[in-house]
Write a protein that binds this ligand. Sequence first.
Ligand SMILES: [Zn+2]
Length: 368
Amino acid sequence: MPTTAQIFISTTRIALLSLSILTGFLHSQTLAQTPCSLHHQYILVLDPGHGGRDPGCIGTRGTLEKDIALAVAKKTGELIQQYAPNIQVIYTRTKDQFVELYRRPQLANKKKADLFVSIHCNSAPDARAHGTETYTMGLHRTEANLRVAMRENEVILKETNYQEHYGNFDPRSPEAYIMFSLYQHAFLEESIEVARRVEEAFQQIGRKSRGVRQAGFLVLYKTAMPSILVELGFLTNPQEEAFLRSKEGQQRMALALYQALCSYFQYRDSLLLARKQSSAQPDTASAHTTTTTAENLPPGYYVQFLATRTQREPSTLALNNLPGKVWIIHTNGWYKYLVGPYQRLRQARTIQRQLHSQGFPDAFVRKY
Ligand SMILES: [Zn+2]
């Protein structure tokens, strides 16, 4: 007797197969939803772009970006819940609802998520433009990337008191984007690791990948974890619009995302495993990083910049420029990451501000 899951898989496979024949994808491969085996627990925030009074971009047949983003996010989440029990999924919205942009990273930071994935659809004046793009936070290198960020950031204009929440940032002014050139995200390398896997998975299902890119997206700006923004395709291209509107197309995109995210968390697992194995030997990283208990910390002011359920490999956090040692305290099921000690509060506050601009928006000072 097949289980519901098996029936679901086989009908999806048949549907995908017929779709790939219909749409003539030459490179399409059947993606198998193999269970995602992981040793550690992770928290993933899925962020379907737009919603409610903000439709996002609109396709040639009137398809709304907010609907496609929500459908693909939910399908991705369902696959993860079914096949990757070690990954807890949290959504920024599960229905057609307006969510202010700043609330999305805020939720991820509050939940201490391990990864933030914002899902969107693209648009272009040229109807021939097609393909997927995955962005990490950074300064745009091309005008095209800047235009995508400007369009996605413009949603804040639909919010009341938007200046208050975004430090008077004007999403329509190209000059405003210069501020992102100063931005050094502590998780940039890891964000690129995720983005690369997402684009590879899209290619595997026969989509045209326009590559991993960088631009100043407000929704990624304040995340305290690796974060990416995915553009699933162009709703202004009639073929891509039809593909993304179809249940099969959405399921296919969700499968690719599931595979990419699973592969990324397996990579995180492998980093932790390597760390455990090397901890028996003299640790070269220990000159900069020490794992200890709160009681054994040398007294002084510290800046706590991160707390995670699953320990992070400190070398992936790009903390080399900090004047101070990194301490990891394991307490009540949490790993807390601190720099210090500093003898003066003023000194600690300076480091706190530095950490805020380095991708740790919730960094705070405490005394031990
Ligand atoms: Zn969007």
